[in-house]
Design a protein around this ligand. Structure first.
Ligand SMILES: Cc1cc2nc3c(=O)[nH]c(=O)nc-3n(C[C@H](O)[C@H](O)[C@H](O)COP(=O)(O)O)c2cc1C
Length: 211
């Protein structure tokens, strides 16, 4: 049995990114032998990053510790998030900042002098909602979360299978968008089950620095 964690990161439940995540999960669940667990990031208090908490969770961060353990025993991670000011909501940014201790090996350096990513067991996918039309996001792709999220998780050493962006502020009731997400979810599930490597763009453009 392979496991996927579906992390819903919008403060608004039942709206755009949360609903496209449900559609994605519905598609992924068509694959037998896949266990998908949905979690809301807003249910998980996480302190801001400081030097003192840089090496792990603190005793009072029980839910964060649980999330980290779930990710460490998972094969896949789907992050669904809205676009906030060309970035992601603060809580998701903070979760990613705090992920350093389990995502990077600070004792190892690659040829660029950077720490080595530890998430090579994890296949990732990103679902992003926004108010900017899709065509504008396509042109300005580097200024939107799908690009940044893929970059961060490649840096963390994860397998990146892709990202989906919708600029429809009513994505939660857009049948076409939901159908696309179901299909993407089904494909992601297959990729997790077959242990595939990166998505096509990542395979072409990303060469991890030699350790
Ligand atoms: C505080 C805030 C900042 C936003 N900033 C952007 C932005 O920079 N670019 C964009 O395309 N949409 C932006 N939006 C629009 C949301 O990304 C959009 O409404 C999205 O569908 C909300 O997703 P949700 O329903 O999952 O929360 C912003 C919305 C809010 C509330």
């Amino acid at each position: 049995m392979k496991k996927i964690i579906a992390l819903s990161c919008s403060p608004s439940r039942g709206r755009n990114s949360d609903t496209i995540l449900d559609a994605f999960m519905y598609g992924a669940e068509k694959n037998k032998d896949l266990l998908i667990e949905k979690m809301y990031l807003s249910d998980i208090p996480i302190d801001y990053y400081t030097y003192e908490n840089s090496t792990g969770t603190l005793p009072h961060e029980t839910k964060f510790k649980e999330l980290v353990e779930k990710i460490q025993s998972a094969d896949g991670l789907v992050i669904a998030t809205p676009t906030y000011n060309f970035s992601v909501p603060a809580h998701l940014k903070n979760f990613i900042d705090r992920s350093r201790f389990f995502a990077l090996d600070m004792n190892k350096k690659n040829t660029l002098g950077q720490p080595v990513g530890k998430l090579n067991y994890l296949g990732t996918y990103f679902l992003v909602s926004g108010g900017t039309p899709k065509w504008a996001e396509t042109i300005l792709f580097f200024a939107y979360p799908p690009f940044w999220l893929r970059g961060v998780f490649l840096y963390f050493g994860a397998k990146v299978f892709g990202a989906y962006y919708t600029g429809d502020v009513h994505a939660f009731k857009n049948k076409q968008v939901l159908a696309i997400c179901k299909k993407r979810g089904q494909r992601f599930g297959e990729q997790i089950l077959t242990g595939k490597k990166h998505g096509i763009l990542e395979r072409i453009f990303w060469r991890p620095p030699q350790v």
